[in-house]
Ligand binder design. Structure first.
Ligand code: BES
Ligand code: ZN
Ligand code: ZN
Length: 490
């Protein structure tokens, strides 16, 4: 997508977008007289109230712009940048099906344009995403992409900075949308081998070093969790190690992402209703791969290790079973209560393996528990960890990116829940505090390393269409992890 930044509205685009706040009487920033007259007529009609997410799409009687879209922004002091991204998403989601390819955006509002301009880019591109890989017929008239945007009302001396920030958001959102395709891809295509290939192909395009372990190497390493979970499937597991290592760095961060290409629950099989969605149980893996992809482009001075265990969880004849006791990579033993609590088993091996890099920070990200969806819904991911400072840093990164997290407690009282009579711990201890149990389990494998666990079960996928985005994979986490790494490098 081409991005142009300028002072006036004289550059041509098919569509002009006018953000409009509640109770406004006029728009002053547009200089073109004919456009101004058109806008005044609309405003005088009183049809536009400026309520948040209100839209008014009009055809002008001008040749350029052919269309004007008024975007309601609500009360000036109440709208957040996060809302602004949604407003932008609504615009592209409405306008793409009309075949519109060039968008002019009037920048106005209380934010610095260095914040609002990239937010527009992010929202527009996020809203423009469609998953069409398996559609035989593309919809008539719909444009496949936004070809050009023009952001105006920017002073000459700010142009360069804003342009850079917008190009960066453009790059990031292209990545996010590409990984949304990987998540949305059905599990008969996106097998563990294929997902590992996505990671290696990404690494080959960058300076990231990579290794992929197959079943034999995973067995040699005695990664008991990964081996156990993969046993019920004919698809062999993979373990991907990515290493972004700049010449100069002080800190090493280890990112670990859950890569279950399909989670049937295994022998503890899930009910059929909604099981098809469990193809997105690898969204933690793509969050890590996607973040590494972007990190390799923006080059922070932090070493970043990405670890991605990839398996398919099926109830085949040689599947692992409730009651089985597994010896994990770390040497600890786990009694399996439910084969559906598979994510923590593969993550635990990856986390324990990650310790060999002596990271100063570990972060794992996973679609780990249905309980997290019940607790927080789809607008916040759960965060739990052993280090207040790190949790705070991730929260702030969430505010910056709009990928927000909410903390749950990880007090020692909860450790009782996963005590086992026969092994060092069990993988599930009943129904209580499901999300906390997952984190309590993982905490056993990270030693004293400052660590956080991010549960994205609710945020990685939206069941329903939203005005600002289509149903399906959201690509959640890529931008958050990138921002966290950046902050750690500051
Ligand atoms: N992949 C699921 C968690 C999940 C549920 C993600 C819904 C997205 C939406 C995970 O492997 C799982 O099955 N967890 C179980 C844990 C239980 C057996 C303790 C769950 O949440 O039901
Ligand atoms: Zn499961
Ligand atoms: Zn799972």
């Amino acid at each position: 997508m081409e991005i142009d930044i300028g002072e006036t509205d004289s550059v041509r685009s098919q569509l002009l977008i006018i953000p409009f706040f509640e109770d406004e009487k006029e728009i002053r920033e547009v200089r073109d007289k004919r456009i101004m007259e058109f806008i005044s007529r609309i405003l005088k009609s009183g049809a536009l109230k400026g309520k948040t997410f209100e839209t008014l799409f009009t055809v002008t009687d001008l040749s350029e712009p052919k269309y004007i879209m008024f975007s309601g922004m609500g009360k000036r002091e109440q709208i957040t940048l996060h809302d602004l991204r949604k407003v932008a998403g609504i615009v592209s989601k409405i306008c793409m099906p009309k075949g519109i390819e060039s968008y002019g955006i009037l920048l106005r509002g209380i934010w610095s344009k260095k914040l609002s301009a990239p937010a527009w880019v992010e929202g527009l591109l996020h809203g423009a995403y469609r998953y069409t890989d398996f559609k035989s017929e593309k919809p008539d008239n719909a444009s496949q992409e936004i070809k050009k945007i023009f952001l105006f009302n920017v002073k000459e001396n700010e142009k360069k900075d804003i342009k850079n920030l917008c190009s960066r958001s453009n790059k990031i959102l292209n990545s996010v949308n590409a990984y949304r395709n990987v998540i949305n891809a059905p599990s008969n295509y996106m097998t563990p081998a294929k997902l590992a290939k996505v990671a290696t192909e990404m690494a080959q395009k960058t300076e990231i070093r990579h290794k992929v372990f197959g079943l034999k190497e995973i067995e040699e390493l005695k990664m008991g969790g990964i081996i156990a979970v993969s046993k019920g499937s004919r698809e062999e597991p993979r373990f991907v190690e990515l290493d972004y290592c700049p010449k100069k760095y002080k800190k090493t961060v280890c990112l670990v992402g859950k890569g279950v290409t399909f989670d049937s629950g295994g022998i503890s099989i899930k009910p059929w209703d909604g099981m098809e969605k469990m193809k997105y149980d690898m969204a933690g893996a793509t969050a890590v791969i996607g973040a590494m992809d972007i990190i390799s482009q923006i080059k922070p001075a932090v070493r970043v290790i990405g670890l991605v265990p990839v398996v398919e969880n099926l109830p085949g004849g040689s599947a692992y079973k409730p009651g089985d006791i597994i010896r994990m990579y770390s040497g600890k033993t786990v009694e399996v209560i439910s084969t559906d609590a598979e994510g923590r088993l593969i993550l635990a091996d990856a986390l324990a393996y990650g310790l060999k890099f002596k990271p100063s920070t570990m972060i794992d990200i996973a679609t780990l528990t249905g309980a997290c969806v019940i607790a927080l819904g789809h607008d916040a991911s759960g965060i739990l960890g052993n280090n207040e400072k790190l949790i705070r840093l991730v929260k702030l990164a969430g505010e910056d990116t709009g990928e927000r997290v909410w903390e749950l407690p990880l007090w020692k009282e909860y450790e009782e829940l996963i005590k086992s009579d026969h092994a060092d711990m069990k993988n599930v201890g009943g129904r209580d505090a499901g999300t906390i149990q997952g984190a309590v389990f993982l905490k056993r494998f990270i030693g004293e390393t400052p660590w956080v666990h991010i549960d994205i079960a609710g945020t990685a996928w939206h069941d329903n269409d939203k005005p600002y985005a289509v149903a399906g994979a959201t690509g959640w986490g890529i931008r958050l992890l990138t921002r966290v790494v950046e902050k750690l490098g500051e």
